[in-house]
Design a protein around this ligand. Structure first.
Ligand code: ADP
Ligand code: 5GP
Length: 210
């Protein structure tokens, strides 16, 4: 049963681009139907098949900067020369309502989220099985230019160097296994005693005779 008296968990999944974080996050959302989906704002152009308000809110740099300045973004970062940010209000409302959230954002975003919501955020870093496989996946996605792929491969090792900042690490070799692992992490995070604001009331109902 849903425990509305507890706050939600915000599971942040980060990885070098192409390692599979959005695939894992999407699979988790299918398995856990009540996960709240945060839609980021970006200044990059939509890829084929990407829809406004579904994959991202696509905005120009001026609007993006305005949103950041007004505090409308809980965190934002420049990744590959483009702005990416997480709208503040929906996240705060979901957590207060006891809804869990999965965010797939980069390591800088994770760091800022952890600072903004230290009690609510759990970090999961996803590694590819190898750099060769990472490049294969970037190419397989078939949506980025050669230049974009080269930029992402160049950034990969420096992104990977942040893995220790995350509480959890999963190697995404077999997708089903990686999703199982991510789901186990989310479930365990829900049960951390610091989040169980429902337990004291539960125990208080018990009479001393049992
Ligand atoms: P990211 O969000 O980290 O940039 P994606 O989720 O877009 O990465 O995944 C990059 C590509 O790799 C996609 O085409 C995806 O289908 C594929 N992929 C993800 N996980 C696996 C896996 N375990 N094995 C093979 N391909 C995968
Ligand atoms: P892509 O252009 O491939 O969709 O995303 C590029 C990078 O930006 C990925 O590492 C992705 O996780 C990250 N990203 C997406 N949304 C956000 C966000 O809201 N905030 C931050 N900090 N990074 C994001």
């Amino acid at each position: 049963m849903r425990q509305s008296s507890r706050r939600g968990v915000c599971l942040v999944i980060s990885a070098p681009s192409g390692a599979g974080k959005s695939t894992i996050a999407q699979a988790l959302r299918q398995r856990e139907s009540r996960l709240f989906t945060s839609i980021s704002v970006t200044t990059r152009a939509p890829r084929p098949g990407e829809e406004e308000g579904v994959h991202y809110y696509f905005r120009d740099m001026e609007i993006f900067r305005q949103m950041a300045q007004q505090g409308d973004l809980l965190e934002w970062a420049e990744v590959f020369g483009r702005g990416y940010g997480t709208p503040r209000k929906p996240i705060e409302q979901a957590l207060a309502a006891g809804e869990d959230i999965v965010l797939d954002i980069d390591w800088q975003g994770y760091r800022l989220m952890k600072k903004a919501l230290p009690e609510d955020v759990e970090g999961l870093f996803v590694l590819p099985p190898s750099l060769e496989e990472l490049e294969k996946r970037l190419r397989g996605r078939d949506s980025d230019s050669e230049e974009e792929i080269a930029k992402r491969m160049k950034a990969a090792m420096s992104e990977i160097s942040h893995w220790r900042e995350f509480e959890h690490v999963v190697i995404n070799e077999d997708l089903e296994q990686a999703v199982d692992d991510a789901q186990a992490i989310l479930r365990a995070a829900r049960m951390l005693s610091k989040r169980r604001s429902d337990i004291a009331a539960h125990i208080a109902q018990w009479s001393p005779e049992g």
